[in-house]
Design a protein around this ligand. Structure first.
Ligand SMILES: [Mg+2]
Length: 392
């Protein structure tokens, strides 16, 4: 039986949530990231802001230059995590095979549940309707036989799209796209491909795989298969994951240490939240840094016990950052991954190993997560919005 994979990607997620919660922001160029003159980058721009050329990962100063009338808002990550949880719960109703890739994006394998809920198109349409009616948000959907095609498909008709890719339309829909649309093809690999006269995915699909392997190494064969619509990677639900990580790519290289540590805090909170949500703890914290020349380093530290608290993950990441990164260097990408995962149940079985202090901290996090899921921080958010409106 052919697999049916759905890729769901929320439209301008952070900006859409803020617009939903404050009707004064509807139809406005909303820029989530921080105050216009501050350091740092755009997290998300509303579609109105994108008309001014504003994109994610663009420096806020540049965004302000392009759109001084924009409404600049500080991100409220705990709110976005809460909404993300509501979205993931809708997915879980249809299939246990949900693999989140970030707060606003996930793969769903619905191959086994079509008898229960109808075909994949029907399931996607139902999920789309539920996201709209329950959460008042829109998402774009891609449906295909594998992850690669589903992910490309969800991007073809944004926002509020729903695109199906199958054997019959792969040549028409996928092949005209630039090779950069392929996962992992950066400007460096793209330049090498241009030398071989390969600019589109279609040209890649019809190229010589041996030549590709020579030019790009083992990666060459992989992209050759992808371009021909072949991708066997399974959808791995969070509970079965070997690691959970988050990373941020900047559109311009960042040197500001204070800002970078703030990004690390957000990443640590995202990773901690996902671990606790999936009922997991991890023993190894890894920091990934990519420099402007694409040199990438990964440094990790293994703890004496499995943990999932934000502050522990953050402290470990900052230690690795200080120990391994020369302060004067700029950074292109930064990420945190926690691995060596075990399930929470396994921890409680060997509970005697844990001190009373850790038990307290676990209870505190459970309480905090519960509050965030149930009530969020709407009042705080509103105050923040008002404050930001004054400075716009
Ligand atoms: Mg999105």
């Amino acid at each position: 039986m052919e697999r049916r994979i759905i890729h769901v990607d929320m439209d301008a997620f952070y900006a859409a949530v803020e617009q939903r919660d404050n009707s004064e922001l509807l139809g406005q160029p909303v820029i989530i990231g921080g105050k216009p003159q501050s350091r740092g980058v755009v997290s998300t721009a509303s579609y109105e802001a994108r008309k001014f050329g504003i994109r994610s990962a663009m420096p806020l100063i540049e965004a302000y230059r392009l759109c001084p009338q924009g409404i600049f808002i500080l991100p409220d990550h705990s709110k976005y995590r809460r909404v993300s949880d509501e979205i993931m719960q809708i997915f879980q109703h249809y299939t246990p095979l949900v693999e989140p890739i970030s707060l606003d994006e996930a793969f769903l394998d619905v191959s086994g549940c079509q008898r229960l809920f109808g075909d994949s198109l029907h399931i996607a349409q139902e999920i789309k309707d539920q996201i709209k009616s329950q959460l008042d948000l829109t998402a774009s959907f891609g449906i295909a036989a594998n992850k690669f095609l589903a992910k490309i498909a969800s991007d073809l008709d944004k926002p509020d799209g729903l695109v199906v890719i199958n054997r019959e339309n792969i040549a028409e829909k996928i092949w005209p796209l630039a090779v950069q649309k392929l996962w992992g093809i950066g400007s460096k690999s793209a330049a090498k491909l241009v030398e071989l006269n390969i600019k589109t995915i279609g040209q890649l699909a019809k190229s010589n795989p041996d030549l590709l392997a020579k030019t790009l190494g083992s990666w060459g064969l992989e992209v050759y298969n992808l371009s021909n619509g072949i991708d066997e990677r399974p959808v791995i639900p969070e509970r079965d994951a070997h690691s959970i990580g988050h990373e941020t790519t900047f559109s311009q290289d960042i040197r500001d240490q204070e800002y970078l540590t703030r990004v690390l805090l957000e990443l640590a909170q995202d990773v901690g939240w996902r671990l606790r949500r999936a009922g997991l703890r991890g023993k190894t914290v890894a920091l990934k840094i990519r420099y402007p020349d694409f040199k990438t380093i990964t440094r990790s530290h293994t703890l004496s016990a499995e943990l999932n608290q934000d502050d522990v993950i953050y402290q470990e990441a900052v230690k690795l950052f200080i120990a391994n990164h020369a302060a004067q260097k700029s950074i292109r990408l930064i990420g945190i991954t926690v691995s060596g995962l075990i399930r929470e149940e396994q921890v409680s079985q060997q509970f005697s190993l844990f001190t009373e202090k850790e038990d307290k901290s676990k209870k505190l996090y459970q309480a905090l997560d519960k509050i965030n899921i149930k009530f969020g921080r709407k009042t705080i958010t509103r105050a923040r919005l008002l404050k930001d409106d004054e400075t716009k």
